[in-house]
Design a protein around this ligand. Structure first.
Ligand SMILES: [Zn+2]
Length: 408
């Protein structure tokens, strides 16, 4: 009898699997409550989301975590609590069947989880996984962490064509970077001025890949890049929300302010505005000062959304409207940008109503557009977009911006 008991204990010791562990305590990581379900190795995972300064507009388009001890196990994760609010409209769900989350065996290379099932009634994404490695990283879209942005900025600083400066700091005192790319041996007087901003919102990591692609192209030996450097000054802000990129934020700064709102009323004489939303405060100050020295011909702020690609702008003169239409044509030729599925022609906002970065037109006559790129499966590529696709997009984007405003 004693022998049998000992044997049973030994069996448990030998055959019991280590429990699956969840971890989101790393830069950019984000995951809420986890419930173990009755079926072995099955869990319901809650997406934390982020609220704005008034406790409204909860947005849930970011999660990033890893699971450990999972090699050769059938793991089921039910991602839940997607329902939030957008522009004060309750019930916003930034997820659907045509958006597949991504996983990675090394935390660096990502692939889409093509076995995902979207339960549209419960608004839950069911991920069935059979990892080949002991650790598997999972995220809403391929992550581009704050340390990667930092490393990229440092690397670009070694290029003779790039000048890196700090134009301000965030709520948590992280530096805000501005890169200026041009051929410094050519006088700036006759150059055009292009301005590119990515990652105003922390979850929109694909825009960071686009920004990286744009700058890598600009400093390359490609003859078109050489020509652009000779004929243009390019200003580039890699992120306006380093705090969110570091801490797994979604859309708002550490005080809850949406960094693509408040542009119509923020006051650079106001101490209160500086304390609440320093990122917008410093960006506005920097952009208007640059514009006073050398007028910005075209400013693009890149964003991601669930459905469709589109361009939004508050410019309202015939010349600037026509310029935006030309830009859209160039962009559709040079990249996978596609405003026709679903049909989303340029959205012209009423200048006085624009509260996003588009307000720079109404306030300072800077021709700004917001460029939204979808994260769902892309009809022009007939598949989900990868980080490499977005890096290539950066190349086509900068050529399109230059072709739109270049001098004859
Ligand atoms: Zn955005």
């Amino acid at each position: 009898m004693r022998f049998i008991v000992c044997f049973l204990m030994l069996s448990v010791f030998v055959f019991a699997e280590e429990p699956i562990r969840f971890n989101s305590h790393f830069p950019g990581g984000s995951l809420g409550k986890i419930l173990a379900l009755e079926k072995p190795d099955s869990f319901r995972c809650f997406i934390p989301g982020q609220y704005n300064e008034a406790g409204r507009n909860r947005q849930t388009s970011w999660f990033f975590f890893r699971i450990e001890n999972v090699k050769d196990r059938d793991v089921t994760l039910i991602m839940t609590d997607y329902i939030g609010e957008y522009n004060l409209r309750l019930g916003a769900v930034p997820m659907k069947a045509s958006i597949q989350p991504v996983c990675s065996e090394d935390g660096k290379t990502w692939k889409h989880i093509d076995t995902m099932i979207w339960d549209n009634e419960k608004k839950e994404a069911i991920l069935r996984l059979h990892p080949k490695t002991d650790t598997l990283w999972i995220a809403h879209v391929p992550p581009y962490t704050h340390s990667r942005i930092f490393d990229f900025v440092r690397e670009m600083d070694t290029s003779p064509y790039v000048r890196v400066e700090v134009f301000g700091e965030t709520v948590q005192k992280r530096p805000l970077h501005l890169l200026t790319i041009t051929d410094w041996n050519v006088d700036d007087t006759k150059k055009v001025h292009l301005f590119l901003m990515t990652r105003q919102h922390a979850w929109e990591a694909p825009t960071s890949f686009i920004g990286e692609g744009a700058v890598r192209f600009l400093i390359s030996d490609n003859p078109q890049a050489v020509e652009i450097r000779r004929q243009a000054v390019v200003s580039f802000v890699p992120t306006l929300d380093p705090d969110g990129c570091e801490s797994g934020g979604v859309r708002f700064n550490r005080n809850g302010y949406d960094l693509n709102r408040h542009w119509s009323h923020i006051d650079i004489r106001s101490k209160n505005d500086l304390q609440r939303m320093p990122e917008i405060f410093y960006a506005l100050k920097m952009i208007t000062s640059l514009h006073a020295q050398k007028p910005i011909d075209l400013l693009m702020s890149l964003h991601n959304q669930e459905t469709g690609d589109c361009l939004m702008t508050a410019v309202d003169t015939e010349i600037t409207k026509s310029m935006m239409r030309h830009f859209e044509i160039f962009l559709s030729e040079n990249t996978f940008f596609d405003s026709t599925h679903p049909k989303m022609p340029i959205r012209f906002t009423i200048p006085e109503k624009a509260d996003s970065i588009e307000a720079l037109w109404n306030r300072h006559r800077i021709p700004v557009a917001i460029l939204e790129i979808r994260v769902e499966q892309h009809p022009k590529l007939n598949r989900h977009t990868t980080s490499e696709d977005f890096i290539n997009f950066g190349n086509g984007l900068i050529r399109s911006m230059f072709d739109t405003v270049k001098k004859p």
